[in-house]
Design a protein around this ligand. Structure first.
Ligand code: AMP
Length: 391
């Protein structure tokens, strides 16, 4: 796979695919522009080379139709402010008007094309649509790590038709950090896995067992494990279909010499509600009518001890329902602990980064991935379709 700095892009038409799928509020203001900021090194490099920078991205799920509220116009405005130069916005991402706009571009200028997903061919990876995109430029650059686990026209199909393809600097950064943590880590390597998508995360655990020295399991995930050990977990989140698999993972960990840690206490409530009565109980004492919604204080201490000698930490998924104040303490405490350590710490998965931003510790984490699903699939040991296409 080649990167943008290995190709001669001087004065050329460069089509850059980014993941500008940013959150918007009801007034269509961008509430978190990290994905746009992370694209700046690639854009600035292309501008320095006096390339004509043509940008493509998706936003939300318009399902192949034009949806005005999912226009990339707010992104154009923010990009203009960040780059301190004009960003021309096209009304579509293919067609004569786009071709004419590109023809009129000056070297070192920026054109943002409208939401790719306004066309059904984007998500169906349609060849015709992919070719139309590829034909817009001399060089195709994929820097959309957040979309790399999808096989879409603008990141997979397009590589069949582009004259030259390469990856951008964000892709490079994401893959470098991931490889540093997972392929050649400084040890001990500790994984923290939480969240609620038990079936997805079990695949992650199966792959991680082969690589890590210690594994911490928290969040909703933990209750499937506790139940498979015979504990009463009440109405906590459990995937009954996966009890056997959870037991097998614990067996495999034992055989591989991986130390596995589960919560020893948790915050329980009668219902998932910020106003519900809560209690902190040992996991042996969960009331059959209550549910566990966060790790407890003893677990936070235990996990802190486990992490103390970590040299590398990979974290995916919150320790509790952190969106509600009452069940956020465990996740926030873990964020402060991980941030205070001298370890290489890598965090991925949509919700985990939101939680860390809320604690104000983002700058104290070595790297926070911009890709939720893509990061998860990498930790599962999968090759991402976009990376495969570039290779
Ligand atoms: P995931 O996308 O798998 O990383 O899951 C993130 C979600 O897991 C967050 O929205 C949390 O609210 C939720 N979560 C964490 N702990 C629990 C729990 N004990 N019970 C139910 N949901 C949880």
């Amino acid at each position: 796979m080649k990167y943008i700095d290995e190709l001669d892009i001087k004065g050329k038409k460069v089509l850059c695919r980014f993941d500008f799928n940013v959150p918007l509020d009801e007034n269509l203001n961008i509430t978190d522009d990290r994905r746009i900021k992370e694209a700046l090194p690639t854009i600035n490099h292309a501008l320095d080379e006096k390339a004509k920078v043509i940008i493509i991205s998706h936003l939300g799920r318009p399902k192949g139709k034009v949806v005005d509220t999912l226009s990339l116009k707010p992104v154009a405005k923010r990009l203009e402010r960040l780059l301190k130069q004009e960003v021309i916005m096209a009304a579509d991402c293919i067609g004569d008007e786009v071709v004419n706009l590109i023809q009129d571009m000056n070297p070192g200028s920026v054109l943002l094309l409208e939401n790719l997903r306004f066309h059904p061919g984007e998500t169906t990876n349609d060849d015709e649509f992919a070719k139309k995109l590829a034909d817009l430029a001399d060089i195709y650059v994929d820097d959309a790590f957040g979309n790399a686990h999808r096989s879409h026209a603008s990141n997979v199909g397009i590589t069949k038709f582009a004259k030259e393809s390469c990856a951008g600097f964000l892709m490079k950064k994401e893959l470098n950090y991931f490889n540093k943590a997972m392929e050649n880590p400084s040890r001990p390597l500790v994984a923290i896995v939480g969240g609620s998508k038990v079936s997805d995360k079990l695949k992650v655990l199966i792959n991680l067992i082969k690589k890590v020295d210690k594994m911490i399991i928290g969040g909703g995930m933990a209750f499937t494990f506790l139940k498979s050990m015979g504990y009463e977990v009440g109405k906590s989140l459990v995937d009954d279909q996966l009890l056997g698999e959870a037991g097998e993972i614990m067996e495999q960990a034992k055989k591989a010499g991986v130390k596995l840690y589960l919560p020893v206490d948790c915050i329980v409530a009668e219902r998932m509600d910020d106003k519900a009565e809560t209690k902190s109980v040992p996991v042996q004492e969960i009331n059959p009518n209550w549910l566990g919604l966060d790790i407890g204080p003893a677990t936070i201490k235990l996990f802190e001890e486990v992490l103390r000698d970590a040299s590398t930490i990979v974290w995916n998924g919150p320790m509790g329902v952190f969106e509600m104040d009452r069940f956020s303490r465990g996740t926030f405490a873990m964020a402060h602990i991980v941030a205070s350590l001298h370890a290489l710490s890598i965090v991925g998965g949509g919700d985990t980064d939101v939680a860390i931003h809320r604690t104000g510790e983002s700058d104290n984490i070595s790297y926070i991935s911009t890709g939720g699903g893509a990061f998860l699939q990498l930790t599962e040991g999968k090759v991402l379709p976009a990376i495969e296409a570039l290779n």
